[in-house]
Design a protein around this ligand. Structure first.
Ligand code: ATP
Ligand code: MG
Length: 477
């Protein structure tokens, strides 16, 4: 047991109120879990605090709320025996110390009240089981029965009890172990890692929503490949995203191999994470090559090809989001779009020309900058010269984009000629020719044949109509 005191950690005035409430109710009270861990790691101050009270957390929460100057509302979750209140921008959760026992088919345990030690035993990792006392007699004392503090120093993730029991009781902890390893850049202790691999199949009792929450946290960590590699190694990834696993490996045909698209993907995700915190752009990087497994062919004379993998990949995005019960909303469409367009700027960077850039601006619209960030992250060649050249080409593309945009105003553009005007000009009822003319005007603008302005487009419309054998009703405009 460690007897150091950490009164400094408890400077937030909210702790004074909790202590006061606990003293009045004569409840033993502690702050536990993430708050303690992150304080000891000097990670930026946490916005959620977990309080454990021996006997009733709900009772304590009510008392604290009545003492706080803001008199916050207490949200009570009866089924879980927990209560939550907000003070300033901090969320404080109260729980009664408990003992848990699990059954085979559920991660929801039977619960009975217990001591602080019982409560620490049910925690997932030694680094998450540490508590600071909020009791008057030993305020600020660290209670660390499993030597979590040395695991913090050794950057190690370890379970308080036998890992087989910990992971099998609640398989979500397997993902949490990997998520913390990725967020904190810690190692999972070997016994734990073996146990996760052994229990990987138990993941099936976890809801998709919870899996995705952890996956998102892995993706948002500083170096997501740490978590993704661990998911792969333990075979959890095989259950969550088999499409990614299918990218792993190199095949040879007539002495020719292709790159390992799984490891390439991990590199791209790490690269992009240095330049963006946008979760959905990180998802796009993760999925940008998934179409490569189903489209892989070896063509004599051509070598390995992945024709149409961007299109196939963007369709797979929908299936994956649906299976993982992720929202099928504009975020998904954004990921599909980045995947679909992921090779376009690369082709353009090889030969930068105006009309290709105009089309890119038109198709990517407001997501063009994100698409370029993706493409830069996609450069994983180890050849320094090549890398420099590619990056430089993207600089040229960006300059060209600016130039074309300023001149041609392509982004979100609507051609200045409407379907109605076409109908009126040629005295038409709704018919196919209208679409043909509209499309021709759009293409002429994108190809730089005409300017994106009314007069030029009107003249072009007349010529196009004529070539389709249409006659005008009147010529004034
Ligand atoms: P974060 O910074 O992500 O909030 P955290 O450690 O606070 O990290 P929470 O999910 O908020 O994580 O959980 C709070 C605490 O509850 C944890 O520190 C841990 O002690 C305990 N805990 C959470 N989930 C589990 C679980 N599945 N099994 C055992 N203990 C858990
Ligand atoms: Mg937390």
């Amino acid at each position: 047991m460690n007897n150091s005191t950490y009164k400094d950690a408890l400077k937030n005035e909210v702790f004074t109120y909790i202590t006061k409430a606990a003293t009045q109710l004569k409840l033993e009270t502690y702050v536990i879990g993430g708050f303690v861990r992150d304080f000891l790691l000097q990670r930026n101050n946490k916005k959620d605090i977990d309080i454990v009270a021996v006997a009733s957390g709900i009772e304590l929460a009510k008392k604290v709320a009545s003492l706080l100057p803001t008199k916050p509302k207490v949200q009570i979750f009866k089924t879980y025996g927990t209560a939550m209140l907000r003070y300033n921008d901090t969320e404080i959760e109260f729980v009664g110390a408990r003992k848990e026992s699990y059954s085979e088919n559920s991660r929801n345990p039977n619960v009975e009240s217990g001591s602080l030690k019982d409560d620490q035993n049910r925690r997932d990792f030694t680094i998450n089981a540490m508590a600071f006392s909020l009791n008057e007699g030993n305020f600020g004392e660290l209670l660390d029965p499993f030597n979590g503090i040395s695991d913090l120093q050794n950057k190690s993730i370890r379970t308080p009890l036998n890992p087989d029991i910990t992971y099998s009781d609640d398989p979500l902890r397997m993902l949490r172990a990997i998520r913390f390893a990725s967020q904190l850049q810690f190692k999972i202790e070997i016994e734990s890692l073996q146990s996760i691999t052994k229990n990987a199949k138990r993941l099936e009792i976890i809801t998709k929503e919870r899996i995705v929450t952890e996956l998102n946290k892995i993706l948002l960590s500083p170096k997501p490949s740490i978590g993704l590699q661990l998911l792969f190694k333990t075979k959890l990834l095989h259950q969550i995203l088999p499409e990614l696993v299918a990218l792993q490996g190199v095949e040879y045909e007539q002495g020719q191999g292709h790159k390992d698209n799984f490891y390439h993907t991990l590199e791209v995700v790490d690269n992009i994470s240095e330049n963006t915190d946008n979760l959905w752009l990180r998802w796009s990087a993760l999925l940008h090559d998934i179409g490569k497994a189903p489209t892989k062919r070896f063509e004599k004379g051509n070598g390995w090809t992945f024709h149409g993998h961007e299109f196939v990949g963007s369709k797979m995005v929908y299936k994956i989001f649906k299976r993982l019960k992720m929202p099928l909303n504009e975020k998904m469409k954004y990921v599909q779009k980045i995947v679909l367009l992921s090779s376009r700027p690369i082709v353009i960077a090889q030969e930068v020309n105006d009309s290709a850039v105009r089309r890119l601006i038109f198709d990517a619209g407001e997501d063009l900058e994100d698409l370029l960030i993706h493409c830069e992250a996609d450069i994983t060649t180890k050849n320094k010269e090549k890398k420099k050249r590619y990056l430089n080409n993207f600089k040229l593309v960006r300059e060209k984009v600016k130039e074309v945009e300023a001149r041609d105003k392509i982004r979100n553009f609507q051609p200045p000629i409407s379907g109605e005007l076409i109908m009126k000009t040629f005295n038409l009822k709704p018919c196919r020719e209208i679409g043909t003319i509209k499309e021709a005007i759009k293409n002429a603008i994108l190809d730089g044949k005409i300017k994106n302005e009314y007069n030029a487009c009107y003249d072009f419309m007349l010529k196009k109509g004529e070539s389709l054998g249409l006659t005008t009703t009147n010529n004034s405009h």
